[in-house]
Design a protein around this ligand. Structure first.
Ligand SMILES: Cc1ncc(C[n+]2csc(CCOP(=O)(O)OP(=O)(O)O)c2C)c(N)n1
Ligand SMILES: [Mg+2]
Length: 298
């Protein structure tokens, strides 16, 4: 791990948190078109995975993976405009949340249907292989979403065709208000269907980054897809309208001690690589000014 990579990881996770916090404010003020789906506590599973890729690779994020889009250069302003449903936004006001993409930055737009992106991204990976290109496709799935038929079909196809696909499994304790044991039997990693399976501490961004790099290597060596399961926890309700009253507060308290940003910050301090505070302040100022700009646009 070199210093620029570690700092980029930290800044991308911090940016994700700041953008989401500002989105929550906009939601509470009644500005957003729909609810806000936080990735609080899961920034590493969205950011460290995407940052392990090359610019030629393609991602297919889900709703809790805003960080992966920021990692690929989407700006806070675009995200604010999108959530506000503005004509100047990426989807021209026709969609909300992070339902937009763009091939220039290698992003397939998130779908609402859980699991549907797995066969789509397997198709992207098939295209890479057929053209003989050294590229990989990456997508994400929740513990709940990994019970869908589309997940099984898509991953099975990638396994038998040995496609360069990384499926990041977000094992975060809930699917809306349903706990995983009521959704599926056994751990998420048991659903790999023969794909190379890696299980990591999803709140340790350094571990996630290393595992995602390894997953990419496995794919590029023609070994087929990788199911990268990140053990983590959803620190907020399903979205801002959900007060998570069904979650044991002791569980939230326990996981708050494993905050991925705090973890990385402590590691950076140990390395004497802490970022310049004025630089971080500029990051916060940029988020604020881009939010204000988006609100002022129609
Ligand atoms: C096929 C399908 N079924 C149900 C829904 C409604 N729905 C949206 S998110 C969600 C829970 C998702 O849980 P999980 O996959 O664990 O992801 P997480 O929210 O925990 O990140 C449900 C049931 C949907 N979007 N698609
Ligand atoms: Mg879940």
């Amino acid at each position: 791990m070199d210093r620029p990579t570690a700092l980029r990881l930290y800044e991308t996770m911090l940016l994700t948190r700041l953008v989401e916090e500002r989105l929550v404010l906009l939601y509470k003020q009644g500005h957003t078109m729909g609810s806000v789906y936080r990735s609080l506590g899961q920034e590493a599973t969205a950011c460290a995975t995407a940052l392990a890729l090359g610019p030629q690779d393609i991602i297919g994020p889900m709703i809790r993976n805003l960080g992966s889009m920021l990692a690929r250069g989407v700006t806070p302003k675009e995200i604010f405009l999108q959530y506000l449903g503005r004509a100047a936004g990426p989807s021209g006001g026709r969609e909300h949340n992070n339902h937009f993409g763009g091939m220039a930055r290698g992003i397939v737009a998130p779908t609402s249907m859980l699991g549907a992106l797995i066969p789509v991204m397997a198709g992207v990976a098939l295209g890479f292989r057929q053209r003989g290109e050294a590229r990989v496709a990456m997508t994400w799935i929740g513990d709940g979403g990994s019970s869908t038929g589309a997940f099984y079909e898509g991953l099975n196809f990638a396994v038998v065709q040995k496609l360069p696909l990384i499926v990041v499994g977000e094992s975060n304790g809930f699917a809306y208000s349903t706990s995983p044991e009521k959704q599926m039997k056994g751990p998420m990693s048991a659903r790999s269907q023969g794909a190379t399976t890696l299980v990591v501490d999803g709140n340790n961004s350094l571990e996630v980054l290393e595992a995602a790099k390894r997953a990419r290597q496995v794919c590029l060596e023609g070994e087929g897809p990788v199911f990268l399961v990140c053990e983590t926890f959803r620190m907020k309700g399903h979205a801002e309208h959900d007060d998570q009253r069904y979650v044991d507060p002791a569980q939230v308290e326990a996981w708050s001690k494993k905050d991925p940003l705090v973890h990385l910050e402590a590691w950076l301090r140990g390395q004497r690589w802490l970022p310049d505070p004025s630089h971080l302040k500029r990051l916060g100022d940029t988020v604020e000014s881009q939010a204000e700009e988006a609100v002022s646009l129609r």
